[in-house]
Write a protein that binds this ligand. Structure first.
Ligand SMILES: [Zn+2]
Ligand SMILES: [Zn+2]
Length: 174
C-alpha cells in the first residue's frame, strides 16, 4: 500500500518537473557559499542531489527522491547520503522539512511562492493552496519581541474524496 502511494507520488513529481536555468545557478551559488562557510566538502554527489531536489516542484520524501535519482542514473547515492545532504540543504535554507502526520516531506524554498497546506487526516493527501487574503493577514501581523523570518500553515480536515467516502459509508450502515 505504501509502496503503491510512493510510486504514484513519483509519477506526480515527474509531471511537475520545471527547470529554470537562472535560478538553478543562484541556488548552486548559495549552496557553494554555505558549504565553504561551514567547511563542508563540495562533492559532485551533493550538487547532483541539489539539482534533483530543485527539479521537483512540490513535496517529496527521501524514498521518492531516491527513486528519482536512481531512475535518472546520474549518481548512485545511498539513502544515508541523501539524508545527510538534505540536512545540509535545510541548514542552508534551500529546503524546508514538513511533518505531515507520520511522514517527513521536503520542499525546495528558493523562488517558490508562499502557499498553505491542506492535510487530509484520513488519507494523508496534501493540497497546496494559495490564499492571498490569509497571506496578507499573517504578514501584517506583529509579534512582540519576535522577528518573523518565515512561516508554515497547516490546515487539517477531510479531502473531497474522503468526504464522499464518509457519506457513502454512512448510507451503507443505515
Ligand atoms: Zn482524504
Ligand atoms: Zn508545499
Amino acid at each position: 500500500m505504501i509502496k503503491k502511494e510512493l510510486t504514484l507520488l513519483v509519477d506526480d513529481l515527474h509531471l511537475l518537473v520545471v527547470r529554470d536555468k537562472d535560478s538553478d545557478k543562484v541556488v548552486e551559488q548559495i549552496f557553494t557559499e554555505y558549504l565553504n562557510s561551514k567547511g563542508h566538502r563540495k562533492t559532485p554527489e551533493r550538487y547532483a542531489i541539489l539539482d534533483t531536489v530543485y527539479s521537483i516542484n512540490g513535496h517529496f520524501d527521501i524514498d521518492s527522491l531516491y527513486s528519482i535519482m536512481k531512475e535518472e542514473g546520474k549518481f548512485s547515492v545511498s539513502r544515508a547520503t541523501l539524508y545527510n545532504t538534505i540536512t545540509l540543504l535545510i541548514d542552508a535554507q534551500l529546503v524546508i522539512r514538513h511533518q505531515f502526520g507520520n511522514s517527513s516531506q521536503y520542499e525546495k524554498t528558493y523562488d517558490r511562492s508562499i502557499h498553505h497546506h491542506l492535510i487530509c487526516t484520513k488519507c494523508g493527501k496534501i493540497i497546496e493552496q494559495k490564499n492571498k487574503q490569509l497571506q496578507k493577514e499573517i504578514e501584517a501581523a506583529e509579534f512582540s519581541k519576535f522577528k518573523v523570518s518565515h512561516y508554515s500553515l497547516y490546515v487539517y480536515g477531510l479531502c473531497e474524496k474522503c468526504i464522499k467516502g464518509n457519506k457513502h459509508n454512512k448510507k451503507q450502515t443505515q
